[in-house]
Write a protein that binds this ligand. Structure first.
Ligand code: E4P
Length: 212
């Protein structure tokens, strides 16, 4: 499973990159709006820092305007992936961008049906939001599993990118299901490293060494 960082903060991205685990970044309008400075410069900086895909979302809600934004976004760096919400207009935009050879990440996916339509339109990634489904009492991981089954049934090339990952168990379950990628906040990435037995074991090794 590829690991992407869900952040628009360059310091967080550098911190994650230093661990050697990050193969891409996902941003969204909420994450970018938290950062101060010119958002295009921030995106350019992220794209220089990370070799893999960097998702940047369109703000427009109408297909022609989405395509115009996408045209500008792809000029920022060759690894920009256009994030498009799965709406009627968004699906049209994904189809057009696919025909022009531009990579897309279909975002705000909450059902297998939405994911299938995005894949048919030619999305490179679909991003089911696991945590937000759990928040409303649904089973986000079941949606990931269902999408994976459907994509396998029809041999669809679109990658399943587990998003809205809130804790280590989401990450672990996505990997067990064989999701192509998961995008996680830095806090979750740092939690993945921890195990109490590692801390206890290290303390004992160091104490024994000090006694020699
Ligand atoms: C995915 O691409 C989104 O940026 C992100 O995972 C949303 O997560 P949230 O539901 O924690 O905001």
């Amino acid at each position: 499973m590829k690991i992407f960082l869900d952040s628009a903060n360059i310091e967080q991205i550098r911190q994650a990159k230093a661990l050697g685990a990050i193969e891409g970044v996902t941003t969204n309008p909420s994450l970018l709006s938290k950062e101060s400075g010119d958002w295009k410069k921030i995106v350019r900086q992220i794209c220089r820092e990370i070799d893999g895909p960097v998702s940047v979302e369109v703000i427009a809600t109408e297909c022609a305007a989405m395509l115009a934004e996408a045209r500008d976004l792809v000029k920022i760096a060759p690894n920009v992936v256009i994030k498009v919400p799965v709406t009627l207009e968004g699906l049209k935009a994904i189809k057009e961008l696919h025909q022009r050879g531009i990579e897309t990440n279909a975002t705000l996916v909450f059902s297998p049906n939405q994911a299938l339509l995005a894949a048919k339109a030619g999305a490179s990634f679909v991003s089911p939001f696991v945590g937000r489904l759990d928040d409303i009492g649904q089973d986000g991981m079941q949606v990931i599993q269902d999408i994976m089954t459907i994509f396998r049934n029809y041999d669809l090339p679109t990658q399943v990118l587990a998003a809205s990952i809130r804790h280590t168990s989401h990450f672990f379950q996505a990997a067990l299901l064989g999701a192509d990628a998961a995008t996680i906040p830095l806090a979750v990435l740092l939690e993945l490293i921890k195990h109490p037995l590692t801390d206890i074991g290290l303390a004992k090794f160091l104490a024994d060494w000090a006694k020699r």
